[in-house]
Design a protein around this ligand. Structure first.
Ligand code: NAD
Length: 416
């Protein structure tokens, strides 16, 4: 239940789950590598309890899915897709930019979308049409030619509709580590991809980590987390509501309140207890709350340092002067500022991406955006005048490195 936390122990606990499943996940990957589709069928029977007749979802099933989804939900998904597209369009750089650095030397960057990517949309405990949009819309905006998606069976019509709205090319009903292995290695039904993105449980996340040599991966995006940085001005009911919203995701989800005000920690605890008792997913919430609690910091600086140590997936800032704090935060996947910025807004519809690094990986990685789906090539155009300007420097350093052919490749041009 909601408790005072020792932060070092808490951080260590967030990663240990991944190490625990690496053995079984390696076995799953080995089977997909050797047996292809046959392994997918067998593992789906074992882990999802489903006899897979078709791995790929046919177009007719996608179209029929609209009949099974409430019209208002379809309209909401369309609006969410538009908002996500609009924000991600802002991240798109120019396809090619060139800048004359000095006479005769022009440098720039050419951006090229990846050709084929794979998105994993989780589906074990709940349908995640929002994640379907978050994983695929940035790829579409980036200009990726082929977007494929794996999601565990039974495939929810809501997820199919969301993937269709996003314009995904192929949908496969495979989940877990076997889905990641299929996209990274390729099987008879699922052609391999260049990059895999998307969140999932510990099996999915471990598979992504183990297959990094086969396909590029985004980052570990496992069970959800929130850190709330709050002072005595925060509204305990709003804070508790964000805690509950995170806790209902997964038994391994975790929520931490870092506050300068012990009375707030107590008030939030009482609200969390009250809300948890009435929660629709109270079993999941209860387990997640076992991983959750509060830390009382001596002052705001100490609180900020604690949050930085956590490097949370989501950070909610509920203090009197949030802009004074935000510049001091160095590691957080996505930051929500002020009492009305419910994390759920970013989860669904404000337009920012909810696929974010978890388990402290926000220290190393940034959340999903358009840049994840592009590669960049530097470009240089050098005239004879430009070569004269840098020729001596190039020749001198090349000769010093003993790479005389490098130096000669410049000399021959300057002589000619
Ligand atoms: P999931 O799709 O990630 O996993 C379901 C699959 O797990 C199954 O298809 C099965 O193949 C595999 N599996 C289950 N038990 C197994 C076992 N014992 N051994 C091997 N494989 C097994 O769905 P989920 O389990 O509901 O988890 C979704 C996760 O995604 C949650 O933790 C949620 O918090 C997280 N999530 C994160 C974000 C984010 O942006 N970080 C967004 C949405 C969801």
């Amino acid at each position: 239940m909601w408790q005072a936390l020792d932060i070092e122990t808490w951080i260590a606990g967030r990663r240990s789950d991944l190490d625990r499943v690496k053995g079984p996940v390696s076995e799953i990957i080995g089977r997909v590598r050797e047996e292809g589709d046959a392994a997918l069928i067998d593992l789906t029977k074992r882990f999802d309890g489903i006899d897979l007749e078709e791995i790929a979802v046919p177009d007719e099933e996608r179209e029929a899915a609209y009949d099974q989804v409430d019209a208002q939900l379809v309209a909401s998904l369309v609006e969410a897709e538009e908002r996500i597209s609009r924000f991600h369009e802002l991240q798109r750089g120019r396809d090619l930019w060139l800048q004359e650095m000095e006479p005769g030397i022009t440098l720039g960057v050419k951006t090229t979308p990846l050709s084929r990517i794979g998105a994993y949309v989780p589906g074990g405990r709940a349908a995640y049409p929002s994640t379907a949009l978050m994983c695929t819309v940035p790829a579409k905006v980036a200009g990726v030619a082929e977007i494929c998606c794996c999601t565990p069976p039974p495939t929810s019509p809501i997820t199919l509709v969301a993937l269709d709205i996003a314009g995904v090319d192929e949908i496969y009903r495979v989940g877990g580590a076997q889905a990641i292995a299929a996209m990274a290695l390729g099987t008879e039904s699922i052609p391999r991809v260049e990059k895999i993105v998307g969140p999932g449980n510990v099996y999915v996340t471990a598979a992504k980590m183990l297959l990094r040599d086969e396909a590029e991966i985004d980052f570990p995006a496992g069970p959800s987390e929130i850190a709330i940085l709050a002072d005595g001005t925060a509204n305990p009911t709003f804070v508790a509501a964000d805690v509950l919203a995170q806790a209902e995701h997964d038994p391994n989800a975790a929520c931490v309140l870092v506050t300068t005000d012990a009375a707030l920690a107590e008030a939030v605890g009482a609200e969390v207890k009250r809300m948890a008792a009435g929660a629709a997913r109270r079993d999941i919430v209860a387990k997640a709350l076992d991983n959750s609690g509060y830390i009382v910091a001596g002052d705001l600086d100490e609180a900020v340092a604690t949050v930085d140590g956590i490097a949370p997936e989501h950070l909610s800032i509920q203090v009197a002067d949030p802009l004074a704090v935000i510049n001091h935060i160095r590691s957080a996947g996505s930051i929500f500022v002020g009492p009305y910025a419910a994390v759920a807004c970013g989860d669904y519809a404000s337009g920012t991406n909810h696929v974010l690094p978890t388990a402290g990986y926000a220290r190393l990685y940034s959340g999903l955006d358009v840049n994840h789906f592009c590669r960049r090539s530097t470009v240089q155009m050098i005239t004879r005048e430009g070569l004269e300007a840098i020729g001596d420097v190039v020749e001198t350093i090349a000769d010093a490195e003993g790479l005389h052919a490098h130096a000669e490749s410049v000399r021959v041009r300057r002589r000619g």
